[in-house]
Design a protein around this ligand. Structure first.
Ligand SMILES: Nc1ncnc2c1ncn2[C@@H]1O[C@H](COP(=O)(O)OP(=O)(O)OP(=O)(O)O)[C@@H](O)[C@H]1O
Length: 246
């Protein structure tokens, strides 16, 4: 069964002469437990798709369903129990004056959990940070550690679907693989579903089962990862992207 179904999605910003059609007629589905990639050059609309799903890009038309239920214009709190997002830049996505304990504790509180202490401890272990990081602030953490906190925060409501927006591209190359491995392990352990944006085909090849290639707001091709590994794309733009990644 599909976890997420996106059908004929259009997303735009601005009005009249300033209108930008960022996503045009995007159609794809992400199966339960699948990891699906969105690739394409900068500005092709990848992040906008994630933003439309979470409600951060309010101007959209088309149909989206989550677990078979239509996603409406408003996202009820329940929605974020199922869907969580991890952003590219963990520094920007964490409040500078909130300790790790506050970040995780407040998220857990918001989602109605009572055993907050035990859950904070568990989340820190789950993302490989451990207790010594609990009362630190973002500026006392490395980029990779911050992204682990952002991942822990996303896991706090026990979601089923994670939207990952270039989760490693702001990190040092040496740390990127660690975070990707953590994400792969978490998906295995919890049966999570991923929708992951990346401009890096090797990351998507490593992390995803299928991917959609985007160009100028449109999905030009959907490929299985075997086709990606075999450099077996049909659309000329996907071919070009594969060649460029060699
Ligand atoms: N808030 C906004 N207001 C106006 N235009 C926007 C806004 N956000 C995105 N856009 C435009 O929408 C288009 C798609 O942007 P988007 O960020 O989705 O691309 P992307 O493929 O994710 O690229 P990148 O890898 O650079 O993030 C671009 O033309 C961008 O300028």
């Amino acid at each position: 069964m599909s976890m997420l179904d996106v059908n004929g999605l259009n997303v735009w910003f601005g009005k009249n002469r300033d209108r930008v059609d960022a996503v045009k007629g995007a159609t794809f589905d992400v199966g339960q437990g699948e990891s699906f990639g969105l690739v394409g050059e900068s500005g092709s609309g990848k992040s906008t798709i994630l933003r439309a799903i979470t409600g951060l890009a309010p101007n959209w038309s088309g149909a989206m369903t989550l677990d078979g239920k239509p996603i409406g214009k408003k996202r009820p709190k329940e929605f974020f129990k199922t869907v969580q997002m991890v952003f590219q830049d963990p520094y920007a996505s964490l409040h500078p004056r909130h300790s790790v304990d506050q970040v995780l504790g407040e998220t857990l509180h918001l989602h109605g959990f009572k055993d907050i202490d035990a859950r904070v401890v568990k989340l820190l272990d789950d993302v490989g940070l451990g207790q010594k990081f609990r009362f630190r602030y973002p500026h006392q953490l490395s980029g990779g550690q911050r992204q682990r906190v952002a991942i822990a925060r996303a896991l706090a409501p026990e979601p089923e679907l994670l939207l990952l927006d270039e989760p490693t591209s702001a990190l040092d190359v040496s740390v990127q693989a660690e975070i990707l491995n953590l994400l792969a392990d978490l998906r295995n352990d919890r049966g999570l579903t991923y929708l992951m944006v990346s401009h890096d085909l090797s990351v998507v090849g490593h992390m995803c089962d299928r991917l959609a290639v985007m160009k100028d707001g449109e999905i030009v091709e959907i490929l299985g990862v075997e086709a990606l590994r075999a450099m077996n794309a049909t659309h000329p733009y996907s071919k070009q992207l594969l060649q460029a990644s060699l």
